[in-house]
Design a protein around this ligand. Structure first.
Ligand code: PMP
Length: 448
């Protein structure tokens, strides 16, 4: 790439270590500089417009450039830009948002604790699970079950619960308390001639066998995204969540639902726990909670989870955990305004209404010669590609082409993943898939 020595691109290479990138490639090619955003579109520093078909990182529900969020941040910054929540201090914005979240969740939950990222939230829940087992006099009940292709973040505990190899390799993860069960994607792992019901039964038998092998008395909790996101958009097979919950109840194992991607309407309901009839002990939220305008995540716990932890903190004299930015007033003020916008504009309803045409669009892309199958739910979906020489490279190759054509999505392995802002319109869904198909045609033509 030609770049002026003092351009943002050149200085980015000189000064920044990138995330989720091959650093040698970054040194050579640099990064695209995204300069501004409006609605579902973002613009780079040459003025080129892109549809943000992944809502940033699955997160910008209300679209880019929402003035109400800028105003909420400005107003809160002007009044109280910062305060902590250590040592019996609090402030209105985090209380208001906690109350709001508890009113929206359709099953009884007891308390909310705010953190700043999905990783931090999941890491803290792992610590809370261990703290709780100790509090209950069950110090041997500590293992945590994650799932292959599950994604819960990159910090040490969250990264260990994650079941994706590249998040483990060379980082000395996972910790040995974290164990993984099979990935319940019927599309990817169903066997020739195996029905969906048989596949579900096999996944549940795998989980039972893992619990049997390890010993239920050593396992404290299982984590799961209702729909796996960063593993490649993998919706569960029918009957999966009902079966998992029955097994966990039987063995006295807690369920942590990671709705960092699914929460706030992505599947066409406010929470994917409603879509799949999941009643977790702990619910983890982030991303669309603040549309990622500011870093914010929330841990929502039920009373049975809370009580032993509260007792233990009383015994010790304090819950020895907290971040400087826990419950940050500006982030929670923006979060509350964002949730109000989601409600007032009925963005959950918009997702539900557009789901059918969006999923039809994904299925239509799957008729392309480069494609194998489509999968998805609500306003999230993926197309699995086929015919590449090396496995795992088709997704980024096709996603790169789509980016050149003005559509940013995400290539994961051999899949291309779509997750647009919830404000998207019917016409924009059509526009997005037209660009996607044109890019796939171009790639197919190049490959002959
Ligand atoms: N959980 C899930 C389900 C996620 O998708 C992500 C981020 N993609 C995380 C946790 C981690 O969130 P963060 O990047 O904010 O740490």
């Amino acid at each position: 790439m030609d770049m002026l020595p003092n351009s943002t691109e050149a200085r980015d290479i000189r000064y920044q270590m990138p995330a989720a990138a091959d650093m040698r490639k970054h040194e050579e090619t640099g990064s695209v500089v995204i300069e501004r955003g409006e609605g579902i579109y973002v613009y780079d520093n040459t003025g080129k417009r892109y549809i943000e078909g992944l809502a940033g990182l699955w997160s910008v529900a209300v679209g880019f450039g929402e003035p109400r969020l800028a105003k909420a941040a400005f107003d809160q910054m002007s009044k109280l830009p910062y305060y902590h929540q250590f040592n019996y201090k609090t402030h209105g914005p985090s209380v208001d948002l906690a109350e709001k979240l508890l009113s929206l969740i359709p099953f009884p939950m007891s308390k909310v604790h705010f953190t700043s990222s999905g990783s931090e939230a999941n890491d803290l829940v792992a610590k809370m699970v261990w703290y709780r087992s100790n509090a209950m006099g069950r110090p041997e009940k500590k293992k945590i079950i994650g799932r292959i292709k599950g994604y819960h973040g990159v910090t040490i505990a969250a990264g260990s619960i994650t079941g994706i190899e590249r998040n483990h390799t060379s980082f000395d993860l996972p910790l040995d308390r974290m164990i993984h069960t099979s990935c319940p994607s019927y599309e990817l792992f169903g066997k020739e001639g195996e029905s969906e019901a048989d596949f579900t039964a096999r996944m549940l038998a795998d989980l039972e066998a893992l619990i049997e092998r390890e010993g239920a008395d050593t396992i404290a909790a299982m984590w799961g995204e209702p729909v796996m996101g960063a593993g490649g958009v993998l919706p569960p097979p029918a009957g999966y969540w009902a079966g998992v919950q029955a097994i966990l109840r039987k063995h006295d194992i807690l369920l942590v639902a990671d709705e960092v991607i699914c929460g706030f309407g992505r599947t066409g309901k406010m929470f994917a726990c409603e879509t799949y009839d999941i009643v977790p002990d702990v619910l983890v939220l982030s991303k669309q909670l603040s549309s990622s305008y500011l870093p914010l995540s929330a841990i929502v716990i039920n009373d049975a989870f809370y009580q032993p932890i509260a007792d233990e903190s009383h015994r010790i004299g304090s819950f020895g955990h907290g971040f400087t930015a826990s419950g940050h007033p500006v982030a929670t003020a923006v979060g509350l305004e964002n949730v109000k916008i989601i409600e007032e504009r009925d963005l959950v309803g918009n997702a539900a209404r557009l789901a059918q045409m969006f999923q039809a669009g994904i299925k239509d892309l799957a008729t392309h010669p480069l494609a194998d199958h489509a999968r998805g739910v609500g306003l999230i979906g993926a197309v699995e590609l086929k015919g590449w020489d090396k496995p795992g490279q088709a997704g980024t190759a096709v996603a790169d082409r789509m980016q050149a054509e003005g559509l940013i999505i995400r290539g994961i392995g051999d899949a291309i993943c779509f997750c647009p802002p919830l404000i998207i319109t019917e016409a924009q869904v059509t526009e997005m898939f037209a660009i996607a198909r044109a890019a796939m045609d171009a790639v197919a033509a190049e490959r002959g």
